[in-house]
Design a protein around this ligand. Structure first.
Ligand code: WTA
Length: 654
């Protein structure tokens, strides 16, 4: 495990303005304290009341919680509901004409969909899926660009009780195949292409390639016609979305699901080579998404909200597909690259749609900071009233830039900490209540029993880092890892901590005000531009190349991306030099892009005749991390079996 101590000394504190506080959904200190008191005193009742208030139930639940098979917890287990009904149908009586989605394409065309129109599209597509024989419990992989249709596909699955598994459109054929096979998907939904930054992303070709490599469970591929391009076709297997939907009835009866029926699987990286299929429930997950969207983003009926996350990640699930729609909000979906065709695009979108609430990632903020204040200053950003950040620690300087240059010191910033596994935001300031400290994700939301403990489960405070845990099960937490209950239990509820605490895999410390500061992952997971990548996954990809004998991957701090991938490689042939080394490094970078996806492409590949190992054969990752940072090695290398290779590992291929 990696250990961290906090070196950050950040003392600035910012309070929400009186205006903001007075208008906020939770703005009275007393209300906030009451929520905490209630949660502390009667934890289960606290969640039960919220679940009754915020969810429309087909059959109300009588049992709140069942921990008879811990840590396989159940929430509201005897209730029945449908998530898509909660996102669409229940708004129709009074919000049918309200805009649900505003779509801006890569090229800047805009279209919008009211709740009634979205309902109609979801119903027709849901019926189409049923006609294909898809029903409750069947797995459907969605491999789509950032289009309204991606949301429609997810909602249609939820409507008919199928379990979707969205795979980010940047993943390669191999990564897609692995996920399809692990989920045992019957159907894949894709588009004939995607557009990003004016370039065509050949999604359908990648699906064909993935299916050629295996995936025996897939019966059909439904293809959305996005681009006027030639599309390779397999008769009998491939079907056009528009043809399937054309004659479908305009209403699709929701499948009434049990609270605990899985809503979706989403794959994420862990500390082994195999991604984990995180399984989320229907009711508990929905409750987390609704409640946090309303409180953290202080959702107001007339707000226009924009989250820049892709639906391929958890943020796109909870804060594009489910949370905003379940609250009847209006949101923008943008198809393309934030800096296309120029670095002003983001601010133009905000100006054009008069965005009030903007939720994005530190990587994006850092990349925009770089190009200079004059770019955002050209645009009217006065509609903004709240800003949010997610996915990685935001460094105080990027926070200050967002606060001053974009929010003009008027907009609170919610730095939200959470994970694929937690389903919804866990730590964040409540924007009308809590003061903000740049770089801290503040405090647990009411009802979230988060803390920092040592390896025996004892509480830690002060500057030293410890394990970030959540001490009581909460409704939106993952239910298991698909096909791997054992790994779920061992990873998240380790016996060393008593088996009762949810262990997040992050290191954190709490300051004297109880504020949380995230220090980094405790496992071998990198966070590159807010995307989780397992070092083992990249290592497996590298050693799958016939030229590679052995590989070790570590992260190196990066000004823009947060972390960059550095790979140390031992070849099957002699140590390459000069041009040969450059060519090989480039080949291997491309290889990783092809095996996993561009997001995993190493920034730096270094060759050596061996890796630094202890006498017992363990790779010294800590040493590799220092070498990757080009630090002077002060570590004790006396246990190293082969100290002479350090010089080779230090040599960058330039
Ligand atoms: C990191 C994304 C610091 C953390 C929602 C976590 C953060 C991992 C923050 C989850 C934040 C997320 N500050 N670090 N505000 N938010 N992280 O599953 O290491 O893609 O464990 O979920 O991102 O990444 P995931």
């Amino acid at each position: 495990m990696q250990h961290f101590d906090s070196v950050l000394k950040e003392n600035r504190i910012f309070k929400p303005s009186d205006d903001f506080r007075q208008a906020a959904n939770i703005g009275q200190l007393e209300d906030y304290q009451n929520l905490w008191e209630f949660a502390d005193k009667d934890y289960l009742q606290y969640w039960a009341d919220l679940a009754r208030d915020l969810i429309s139930w087909k059959k109300p639940f009588m049992t709140i919680f069942d921990d008879s098979n811990a840590p396989f917890y159940k929430w509201f287990p005897d209730g029945k509901l449908n998530v898509s009904y909660n996102c669409l149908d229940r708004h129709l009586p009074d919000k049918g004409n309200k805009t649900a989605l505003i779509f801006e394409s890569d090229f800047g065309q805009v279209s919008s969909f009211s709740y009634a129109q979205l309902h109609n599209r979801v119903c027709r597509f849901g019926n189409a899926l049923r006609e294909l024989g898809i029903g409750k419990g069947d797995r459907v992989v969605i491999y789509m660009p950032m289009l309204v249709e991606a949301v429609i596909a997810m909602q249609a699955c939820a409507r008919i009780g199928a379990v979707h598994s969205v795979v980010f459109g940047g993943f390669s054929a191999g990564a897609l195949r692995d996920r399809i096979e692990d989920a045992g998907a019957k159907l894949v939904i894709t588009a004939n292409g995607g557009l990003r930054g004016g370039k065509i992303i050949p999604l359908k070709e990648t699906v064909d390639e993935a299916l050629d490599m295996g995936c025996p469970t897939v019966e059909n591929v439904v293809v959305y016609y996005r681009l006027n391009i030639d599309t390779a076709w397999r008769n009998g297997r491939d079907l056009w979305w528009h043809e399937l939907s054309k004659h479908q009835p305009e209403f699709c009866e929701p499948e009434w699901m049990n609270s605990e029926d899985p809503l979706f699987i989403l794959y994420t990286s862990g500390s082994t080579g195999k991604p984990k299929g995180i399984v989320h429930s229907s009711a508990g997950y929905l409750l987390g998404a609704i409640n946090t969207f309303r409180n953290v983003f202080d959702n107001k009926p007339n707000d226009v909200y924009w989250c820049t996350a892709d639906v391929g990640w958890i943020t796109g699930h909870s804060y594009v597909c489910y949370g905003p729609l379940a609250n009847g909000a209006t949101q923008v979906i943008y198809e393309g690259v934030p800096s296309y065709p120029d670095p002003g695009r983001i601010w133009r979108i905000i100006q054009r749609h008069k965005i009030n609430v903007f939720y994005t990632s530190p990587t994006l903020i850092r990349s925009l900071t770089r190009v200079g204040d004059w770019i955002p200053n050209k645009y009217d950003l006065s509609s903004l009233r709240l800003l949010g950040s997610v996915g990685e620690p935001i460094n105080p300087s990027a926070w200050m830039w967002l606060y001053e240059v974009i929010g003009k010191e008027r907009c609170p910033i919610v730095d939200t900490w959470w994970q694929t596994e937690t389903g919804s935001i866990m730590l964040s300031p409540l924007p009308g209540i809590n003061s903000m400290k740049p770089g801290s994700c503040a405090l647990p939301l009411p009802g979230i029993m988060a803390d920092v403990v040592d390896e025996t489960g004892q509480r830690i405070s002060g500057q030293s880092g410890g394990l970030l845990v959540i001490k009581r099960p909460f409704p939106s937490m993952l239910r298991t890892i698909w096909n791997d209950d054992k790994r779920y239990q061992a990873t998240y509820f380790p016996a060393e901590l008593g088996g009762k605490y949810y262990v997040a895999g992050d290191s954190a410390h709490r300051d004297e005000d109880g504020y949380f500061w995230i220090l980094g992952r405790t496992d071998d997971v990198l966070n590159v531009s807010g995307h989780r990548l397992g070092t083992m996954e990249i290592e497996s990809a590298l050693v799958a190349n016939p030229q590679v004998a052995e590989a070790a991957v570590v992260g190196r701090p990066d000004e823009i991306k947060g972390e960059a991938v550095v790979a140390f490689v031992v070849l099957n042939t002699a140590l390459p030099e000069g041009q040969e080394a450059r060519d090989l490094a480039e080949q291997l970078k491309q290889w990783v892009s092809k095996e996993i996806g561009k997001i995993a492409r190493p920034e730096d590949i270094r060759f050596a005749e061996n890796l630094p190992k202890t006498r017992s054969g363990k790779i010294m990752r800590r040493l590799l991390r220092s070498i990757a940072k080009n630090e002077v090695i002060t570590q004790d290398v006396s246990t190293l079996e082969n100290p002479q290779i350090i010089g080779q590992l230090q040599r960058q291929v330039l």
